[in-house]
Design a protein around this ligand. Structure first.
Ligand SMILES: [Zn+2]
Length: 182
């Protein structure tokens, strides 16, 4: 029976440096290329290709997980770590997969938005936070007052939940500035 893997989670609002933290974690782990996987959901096409990308331009190659991607084919016996970006876009089925990875002794590190732009719990993220071994709440800088920001404010009038965007669509805000309309 393999020892349970640990689950490290980086969560917070947009522009909090979650993907940067994930990329740094991957490089510090010092694993060989066949010992880890980097996954992101197909919904995030921001970078357009097989990379995870930060807002300030850092990137790392990854596997894009589609609805029909067979993860079993990717998990070779050599895999020791699985890094997941934009984890909020995964669903409950994927949560079972994560628990299965952990049961195999694989270390999982996940980064994602804990709240959507309406301040509601976002997708898989709260479930991951619940079972995480190590939780890191990353904060951005409030666009209005410069205090620590925990909320993602959507600047454009578009009610679609999944609007992949950047600084043109969103900004980070602290709790009090998030509640304001301007
Ligand atoms: Zn503020």
């Amino acid at each position: 029976m393999a020892m349970q893997g640990k689950l490290t989670v980086y969560y917070g609002c947009m522009f909090a440096g979650k993907t940067s933290a994930l990329i740094e974690y991957i490089s510090k782990a010092g694993l060989r290329r066949n010992e880890f996987l980097v996954l992101k959901p197909a919904v995030d096409i921001r970078s357009g290709n097989r990379t995870i990308t930060t807002h300030d331009g850092k990137s790392h190659e990854c596997v894009i997980v589609e609805q029909d991607t067979d993860l079993n084919e990717l998990i070779t016996p050599f895999i020791r770590m699985i890094a997941i970006d934009e984890a909020q876009f995964f669903d409950k089925v994927f949560f079972s997969e994560v628990k299965r990875f952990l049961a195999k002794g694989i270390h999982v590190v996940a980064a994602g938005l804990d709240k959507d732009y309406l301040g509601r719990p976002f997708g898989l993220m709260p479930m991951l936070q619940t079972i995480a071994t190590e939780k890191n709440h990353l904060k951005a800088v409030c666009n209005h007052c410069g205090k620590d920001a925990e909320y993602t404010y959507r600047k454009v009038d578009n009610k679609v939940l999944v609007l992949i965007g950047n600084a043109n669509h969103y900004e980070a805000r602290c709790e009090s500035c998030y509640g304001r309309e301007d």
